[in-house]
Design a protein around this ligand. Structure first.
Ligand code: SF4
Length: 351
C-alpha cells in the first residue's frame, strides 16, 4: 500500500499568543467508509428503492449502529438467521460474509438472496477452500465468534483452527506440521497479527503465508493514519461502534503509538468533558463502517470546546470501488460493470 505521507497545513494557522494554549485537532485520513462498506450499504438502499420494503438483512449489514438505524427506518429488517425470514422473501447477506451452511439454509427457504459480502472477505474464503482442498491445516487468525471468522471457518470447518491471540498459539495441534498455512480476518491489528504469526512460525517452521495480505487495504490504511496522528496527539477519539473490529483496533493502535488516552464513541453525545483535562491536541478518526456525518458531529463538538480548525493528516489516497452484487445489477438492468454512483462501477485497485 502506498503511503503518500502528505500532511496538509493547519487551516487556522493562528499562532498562540503569550501563555495561551494552542488547542488543535488532527484529523486522520483515510478514515470512515471503505469500498466494501460503501457497496454493502448501497446494496440495501438500492434494494429498498427497487423492490420496496421489507428487505431482510442477515446480521448488521455493517457494524455501525447509526447505519443500521437509518436503514431500519427505511424498511430494512435485520435478522440473526435465515429461519426468521419468511419463505421466498428477499435477504441480503452482510459485508462480513456467510458460510456455505448459511447459503444452503437460505436456499432451503427459497429466499431471493443478494450477496453484499465484501470481495476482500470473499478472497479469504477462496483461499480457505483452496488450502483445505490441498490438505492444509488452516490457522485462521481472528476473533472467535466474529461473523467474518464464522463465515470463513465455515468454508472448511474440518481444516480451520481459529487463533484468537498470540497467547493462543501454544495450545494448537495439527495433524501434519509440514502442511500448515495461516490466514486472517480482514480487520485485525497489523502489529498484533504479525506477533501472532511470529509465534506460529516458531511452533510450525514450515508455516505457509497467504498468497496476499488478508488484512484489507482499508484496515491497514486507517491504522497507518492513526499512528501518525497518535504520535502528535494527547487524546485520540475514534468514531465507531463497539462491535466494529477495525474501530476497536484503532483505539488500541492509537494507545500503542503515542496517544496518552483514546476513546471510541458511537456519536458526539458520548464525548465526555473529563477527557479534555490538560489536552492540547486531539486526534480524530473513524472506522471503516462509519458515515462521515458522525465525524462532522464530533468535530463540531470539539469546536465548541475551543479546538481549532482540523488539520488533516493524510497517509494514503483511496480510490477503490466495488461493483454492486451481480443479482442486484441484473435486477436494476445495469451492465456487468456499469451503473452510476459509488459502488456501481467496476472494481479497480487502490493506491
Ligand atoms: Fe472489505 Fe476491508 Fe471494508 Fe471489511 S473493512 S468491508 S474487508 S474493505
Amino acid at each position: 500500500m502506498t503511503a503518500l505521507e502528505t500532511t496538509t497545513a493547519p487551516v487556522d494557522g493562528a499562532a498562540p499568543t503569550g501563555g495561551e494554549r494552542r488547542k488543535q485537532v488532527l484529523l486522520a485520513a483515510p478514515r470512515g467508509y471503505c469500498a466494501g462498506v460503501d457497496r454493502a450499504v448501497e446494496t440495501v438502499e438500492r434494494a429498498l428503492e427497487h423492490y420496496g420494503a421489507p428487505v431482510y438483512v442477515r446480521k448488521e449489514i455493517v457494524h455501525n449502529k447509526h447505519v443500521v438505524e437509518v436503514l431500519t427506518q427505511r424498511g430494512a429488517v435485520f435478522v440473526d438467521e435465515t429461519d426468521q425470514v419468511p419463505e421466498g422473501a428477499r435477504l441480503v447477506f452482510s459485508a462480513h460474509g456467510v458460510s456455505p451452511a448459511v447459503r444452503e439454509a437460505a436456499a432451503a427457504r427459497s429466499l431471493e438472496t443478494l450477496d453484499a459480502t465484501c470481495p476482500l472477505v470473499t478472497k479469504v474464503h477462496r483461499e480457505a477452500v483452496r488450502f483445505a482442498r490441498d490438505g492444509y491445516s488452516i490457522l485462521l487468525v481472528g476473533h472467535e465468534g466474529h461473523e467474518e471468522v464464522e463465515g470463513t471457518a465455515g468454508e472448511a470447518p474440518d481444516h480451520v483452527t481459529v487463533v484468537d491471540s498470540p497467547d493462543a498459539v501454544d495450545g494448537i495441534t495439527v495433524p501434519d506440521p509440514e502442511r500448515v498455512v495461516w490466514l486472517s480476518q480482514t480487520t485485525l491489528s497489523v502489529d498484533e497479527t504479525m506477533e501472532t504469526v511470529r509465534r506460529l512460525r516458531q511452533r510450525f517452521p514450515a508455516l505457509a503465508d497467504p498468497p496476499s495480505d488478508d488484512i484489507c487495504y482499508a484496515t491497514q490504511n486507517r491504522q497507518v493514519a492513526v499512528k501518525k496522528v497518535a504520535a502528535r496527539a494527547d487524546l485520540v477519539i475514534v468514531v465507531g461502534s463497539a462491535n466494529s473490529s477495525n474501530s476497536v483496533r484503532l483505539v488500541e493502535v492509537a494507545l500503542q503509538n503515542g496517544a496518552t488516552s483514546s476513546y471510541r464513541v458511537d456519536k458526539a453525545s458520548e464525548v465526555q468533558d473529563a477527557w479534555f483535562e490538560g489536552v492540547d491536541v486531539v486526534g480524530v478518526t473513524s472506522g471503516a463502517s462509519v458515515p462521515e456525518i458522525l465525524v462532522d458531529d464530533v468535530l463540531a463538538d470539539l469546536a465548541r470546546r475551543g479546538y481549532g480548525e482540523p488539520e488533516e493528516v493524510r497517509t494514503a489516497q483511496e480510490d477503490l470501488v466495488f461493483s454492486l452484487p451481480r443479482e442486484l445489477r441484473t435486477s436494476l438492468g445495469l451492465t456487468p460493470t456499469g451503473g452510476s454512483g459509488p459502488g456501481a462501477g467496476s472494481a479497480c485497485s487502490t493506491s
